[in-house]
Design a protein around this ligand. Structure first.
Ligand SMILES: Cc1cc2nc3c(=O)[nH]c(=O)nc-3n(C[C@H](O)[C@H](O)[C@H](O)COP(=O)(O)OP(=O)(O)OC[C@H]3O[C@@H](n4cnc5c(N)ncnc54)[C@H](O)[C@@H]3O)c2cc1C
Ligand code: SF4
Length: 448
């Protein structure tokens, strides 16, 4: 791809997966067995009544279908695009044993596309009850809680440090899987219920923690995780070393750059973020993109559909490869990565085989760009300023009520996730937001 076509063509960021055609929608919806006690509904973390929304598609009741979906999941347009459905609803479909599972995610996407186009008012705010809740962070966890609290009659303010709400749905998941307008439509649905969203407002900087604790009846901490941590090898400060989350954010927000055209790139890490960053680089014109991972394909944490997509996009994987140093040229620009080959030993505490360096066998990979994608850090100073109990930045909560060590403060979403495969998901954040709203409501009712 030449520089002009890479920079100017927005088609590179069009959604990769097409919508189902109307005929396909009807054929697929009519394949559903409408199971009583449906396993798909149980397997969905937000427990969408899947048979009910699919039945409504078959009878042309699209508003009813949208209402069923969004009643359970306030960010369902996003989830229809990014849920690992084969591990959730579709994985539980009884038709897996007979033929192919119902394409639940695609049918949900069809209904949500109808809703985005027709914009019906699906829900109303509850009768005001005079209570105020502060939600810190406008990602899926915060939006979901705010929507439910507004339906219960609370006056809700979301404090969001970025210029737009939506969290990683707006800024973190690549546009060719989740266009930004989808996430922003979901933000609008929450606003329509009277929720105030104060953007460009960082709690702990623009608003004090004490004023939040003093001015509100309850507080929800839904701040997610922070940037990618340093790898801890020499050369990380060279020109051409990037943070995966920041790279995707620039792409997602439309700040496309020409700097990758014809370049060689290396991505360090093998989770979903690494794959999203690698596929972004490829679409921005990089000639060769290699993902380096110190363990093997078996231990990688990316979802299978992400791995397949990366391979289709021409991403190369170099397993059991540990970067040791990034080397620069005389202008201070990245030129290569020095790596060590690894072998795998016994299983460690994470249940995965431990990588062990093979001595005296270093090798060099020439590259123009290095992207770090080895997980995310936590907003430790804010968590500690709230005085909340935590384990290495993962806020400790009651598993049923999501209440933290401060009874007035609740927490949901990535801020309470430990590390591990498949845990940090939009649909899980949405469900926790809902449950937290319910717990806050019960706490406030008990005070009357
Ligand atoms: C690259 C990438 C790809 C992913 N792909 C998928 C996928 O395919 N499928 C899937 O289900 N999940 C995916 N995820 C995970 C998913 O995005 C998260 O689990 C989900 O967004 C968590 O929601 P959250 O509301 O807890 O946090 P976030 O979405 O991170 O939202 C937190 C919000 O809090 C704000 N905030 C932080 N600090 C403050 C403060 N002090 N004051 C005010 N606001 C603050 C942030 O700006 C942000 O808007 C992906 C994540 C990444 C990084
Ligand atoms: S929200 Fe996700 S898991 Fe639940 S039914 Fe929809 S696509 Fe499946």
């Amino acid at each position: 791809m030449d520089s002009a076509s890479a920079a100017n063509s927005w088609k590179i960021f069009d959604e990769v997966k097409p919508d189902l055609k109307p005929k396909e929608v009807m054929e697929e919806a009519n394949r559903c067995l409408f199971c009583f006690d449906a396993p798909c509904m149980k397997a969905c973390p937000t427990h969408i009544d899947v048979p009910s929304f699919i039945k409504k598609i078959t009878t042309g009741n699209m508003k009813g279908s949208a209402r069923v979906i969004m009643d359970a999941n306030p960010v369902a347009a996003t989830c229809a695009r990014v849920c690992p459905t084969e591990e959730l609803c579709e994985g539980a479909c009884v038709l897996n044993d007979a033929s192919l599972p119902i394409m639940i995610g695609d049918l949900q996407r069809h209904t949500m596309n109808w809703a985005m186009k027709n914009n019906p008012q699906l829900f109303e705010a509850g009768e005001p009850n005079g209570k105020k809740v502060a939600v810190i962070g406008g990602g899926p966890a915060g939006l979901s809680a705010a929507r439910e609290l507004a339906r219960f009659g609370y006056q809700v303010t979301i404090f969001e440090k970025k210029e737009k709400a939506g969290g990683l749905d707006t800024f973190g998941i690549v546009p060719f899987r989740l266009p930004q307008h989808v996430a922003l439509w979901e933000v609008e649905q929450v606003k329509k219920l009277g929720v105030t969203i104060q953007t460009n407002t960082e709690v702990g900087v623009d608003v004090s923690i004490q004023s939040i604790l003093d001015d509100y009846d309850a507080v929800l901490l839904a701040i997610g995780m922070a940037d990618v941590p340093p790898i801890g090898i020499p050369g990380e400060d060279l020109d051409g070393v990037l943070d995966a989350i920041q790279l995707i954010e620039r792409v997602k927000d439309g700040h496309v750059t020409e700097r990758f055209v014809g370049k060689k790139a290396v991505v360090i890490g093998a989770g979903n973020t690494a794959i999203d960053a690698a596929t972004c680089l490829k679409r921005l014109g990089a000639d060769r993109v290699q993902i380096l991972y110190r363990r093997s394909e078996e231990e990688m944490t990316a979802y299978p559909f992400e791995f397949s997509f990366a391979k289709e996009e021409g991403i190369e994987f170099r397993w059991q490869t540990q970067p040791k140093a990034i080397e620069g040229d005389s202008d201070g620009k990245v030129a290569s990565v020095v790596c060590a080959p690894m072998m795998l030993g016994e299983k460690d505490a994470s249940g995965r085989r431990r990588p062990i360096e093979i001595d005296n066998a270093p090798f060099t990979i020439d590259t123009d760009v290095v992207v770090k994608a080895i997980g995310q850090t936590r907003y430790l100073p804010l968590i500690e300023a709230f005085g909340l109990a935590h384990a290495h930045g993962v806020v400790t909560v009651d598993p049923l009520t999501y209440q933290t060590s401060n009874p007035k403060v609740f927490a949901a979403g990535d801020v309470i996730f430990g590390s591990g495969k498949g845990e940090a998901m939009v649909v899980a954040a949405a469900e926790q937001g809902k449950k937290t709203a319910q717990a806050i409501h019960e706490q406030q009712l008990s005070k009357i």
